[in-house]
Design a protein around this ligand. Structure first.
Ligand code: WTA
Length: 684
């Protein structure tokens, strides 16, 4: 276990003393009263199972569970024996009262807007379920979804849930290699994709990545391909300019897989088929709703498996109480569906609550830097949930841009993905929230499935930079190395002592790794988050970032080993060590120390322009292997990497070097001190 919380984070947080009292007028207007909240806190602490049972009762079940929790660490089962369906909970049950309410309001980057009511979305999902069943899929089979942020991507997710197929959404920014690895790990039978997505005025060609990936994906039998310009809902004049109806010919096969064109395949689903084959699969509470890949401390991404009943209970309850989500809200979470935030707080949580979800496909500053504020004003967004990196980059652009727009519809602001620095928090509060909107800084992880630490708006006083207190139902603690709770006013490791319903159940295909990763650091079934945290004198928690070899770049998790594997897959690279360094905008930036094979090193020696060229080539290589999010900020070539006598790379020293330019820490275990001296002098 490492203890490498960046000092700068701690310093900033220790100095923070501002306190924002909860707004009683706000809490009065929530669906929640203080008495219920206090009751929740009490029962969440004393009898968490009771608290979560009440949350699960807000879902629609076909069969009530027999046992609330079976816990044999690290294996949790919640609502054992219960049966339900994920899509029914997000769609069918809302139809009688909210069928004509907007479920999704989508805006494309070029500016087109489409709305689907719950009834319309339900119908599309039914048709797509029938289509998936027609491919021969059986409940439990995996479907990979590699899509831009369009309404169809949510149709695909919910259709999987409806048929009992387990989806694995792969972020559209990942490249072919990363895509292939995930498809193969999940052994997906179907891949759902699109010809392209829009980003900064350019088409991101997703299908081309699928073409490349599927050369080596033997399990895939069908690809469903959405043709953007022919998606069947482009009814305004604008779509004509995109070339509606002019179809380019698509391949009939990709790898071994047969290609089904979304539009044609759905049109071929008759009314009878929709009714007969678009129905609900009743699944066990523990049935895997989805697998989501995230980065860990090894090069291989982990496919975290989430349940149906427990996951939905957690996502629904937290979506409702953390955001005070009401039927009248227009709710916008800017996350992509490729991340857990997109799963829990774009799709499952808000839709299970019959919310109206706004979606935007495209870049935040395109075509003008005030695009976000412009959309909030036009769509009258009332709840806005985004990441500190985005907030910081908007802050840099100045106050004039948001001030140009009427942001008075906003009433709750959320932050997620990385620690938010107090300065950004204050800007968000004053400039975007006009000083009147509570901020919910929500701490959680892919593994937790739902928000764990967050203020409840109107109920908890907030401090800029702190996610405040654990939500009811979670037994969160900050502990020392021995697992002992630390005194208030000190720091340690962030853990969760008892199981909770939306926790990941295992790592797909690797239960041992699940145990080792999360439940071996501390005894007694205590879950280790991998984060360091400080608990202040009032018991408020300040998350300080990862203490393991996981980076957080712009709110995206990346394993140092993943980037290292990508680098060494280049034929010229002998060895690589990757570390993070604090970055004002992105939270962390990536610095790679690379040792080249002798012949290549000789070629580059002393030739600065070739070196620079090679550096950018290597960066491009990483982008190709993983995706743009993993592009190193800097590559430093070195003859040797600092290692211990047992041959372990001393990343701590490299981190210091990357951050401060020098190494002052303990180098006693270093095998060859001259390595550090050379690196400090920046010699090859
Ligand atoms: C970090 C994203 C501080 C943390 C939901 C965690 C945060 C990792 C916060 C999970 C926050 C997330 N304050 N740090 N509010 N939210 N983190 O799996 O290091 O993509 O372990 O889930 O992000 O990232 P993941």
């Amino acid at each position: 276990m490492r203890t490498t919380v960046p000092r700068s984070n701690i310093d900033v947080h220790l100095k923070e003393t501002r306190l924002f009292k909860p707004d009683r007028a706000f809490s009065k207007a929530t669906g929640l009263d203080l008495k219920t909240y206090k009751k929740w806190l009490r029962s969440g602490k004393a009898t968490p199972e009771k608290y979560w049972e009440a949350a699960a009762q807000e879902l629609t079940w076909h069969k009530k569970w027999k046992k609330t929790l079976k816990w044999t660490p690290p294996h949790a089962q919640w609502f054992v024996g219960g049966k339900l369906n994920g899509a029914e909970n997000c769609l069918d049950r809302h139809l009688p009262l909210h069928g004509n309410k907007a479920a999704l309001v989508w805006e494309g980057e070029p500016g087109e807007v489409f709305t689907w009511t719950y009834r319309q979305l339900h119908r599309e999902v039914e048709k797509f379920t029938a289509l998936l069943r027609n491919t021969g899929l059986k409940p439990g089979d995996r479907v990979a979804i590699y899509m831009p942020l369009v309404m169809e991507s949510i149709v695909a997710m919910l259709a999987c849930a409806r048929g009992g197929f387990t989806h694995t959404v792969i972020f559209g920014g990942f490249g072919a290699e990363a895509l292939k690895d995930r498809i193969n790990d999940a052994a997906a039978k179907v891949v759902v994709t699109a010809d392209y997505g829009w980003r900064k005025g350019l088409q991101v060609k997703l299908r081309e990545q699928v073409d490349a990936a599927l050369k080596n994906c033997p399990t895939v039998e069908h690809v469903v391909l959405l043709e953007r310009a022919f998606s069947g809902r482009m009814t305004d004049g604008f779509s004509e300019s995109l070339g509606r109806g002019t179809r380019v010919s698509q391949p009939k096969h990709l790898g071994r897989a047969t290609v089904l064109l979304w539009h044609d395949a759905l049109a071929a689903v008759s009314e009878t088929q929709r009714k007969n084959f678009g129905g609900i699969e009743s699944v066990d509470a523990e049935h895997p709703l989805f697998i989501l890949y995230t980065s860990g401390t090894t090069g291989k991404p982990k496919g975290l498996v989430h349940s149906t009943g427990g996951y939905l209970a957690g996502a629904l309850r937290t979506a409702k109480i953390v955001f005070d989500l009401k039927l009248t809200d227009v709710y916008w979470c800017t996350a992509d569906i490729g991340w857990i935030t997109g799963h829990s707080y774009v799709v499952y949580g808000p839709l299970a609550a019959a919310g109206t979800v706004f979606l935007y496909e495209g870049a935040p500053t395109h075509p003008t830097p005030d695009r976000f504020w412009n959309m909030i004003a036009r769509h009258r967004v009332s709840i806005f949930y985004t990441a500190p990196t985005a907030i910081r980059s908007f802050m840099r652009l100045g106050n004039e841009l948001p001030k140009k727009h009427d942001l008075s519809s906003l009433r709750v602001l959320g932050s997620v993905g990385e620690p938010i620095n107090p300065e950004a928090w204050m800007w968000y509060h004053d400039i975007i929230g006009g000083g009147r909107c509570p901020i919910v800084d929500t701490y959680w992880q892919t593994e937790t499935g739902a928000i764990v630490i967050s203020p409840l708006p109107g109920f908890i006083a907030t401090k800029p930079g702190s996610a405040t207190r654990p939500l009811p139902g979670y037994d969160v603690d900050v502990v020392d190395k021995a697992g002992k709770s630390v005194k208030n006013g000190t720091g340690g490791y962030l853990v969760i002592r008892k199981p909770w319903p939306s926790m990941a159940r295992t790592i797909h295909g690797d239960p041992e790794r699940f145990k080792k990763q999360y439940f071996s650091e501390f005894k007694g079934g205590v879950y280790f988050t991998g984060d360091g945290a400080r608990r202040d004198r009032d018991g408020y928690i300040w998350c300080l970032g990862r203490v393991d070899d996981v980076l957080n770049v712009s709110g995206h998790r990346l394993g140092t080993m993943e980037v290292e594997s990508a680098l060494v897959s280049h034929p010229a690279v002998a060895e690589a060590a990757v570390v993070g360094r604090p970055d004002e905008l992105k939270g962390q930036g990536i610095v790679a120390f690379v040792t080249l094979k002798a012949s290549h090193a000789a070629q580059l020696r002393g030739n600065l322009s070739e070196k620079a060229q090679f550096e950018s080539l290597l960066k491009g290589h990483v982008v190709k292997q993983i995706g743009a999010l993993a592009r190193p900020d800097e590559i430093r070539f070195t003859k040797n990497l600092p290692k211990t006598r047992s041959g372990k790379i001393m990343r701590r020293l490299l981190r210091e070097l990357a951050t401060n330019g020098t190494v002052q820490g303990d180098t006693t275990t270093l095998e060859d001190l001259s390595v550090i001296a050379a690196l400090q002098k920046d010699e090859e």
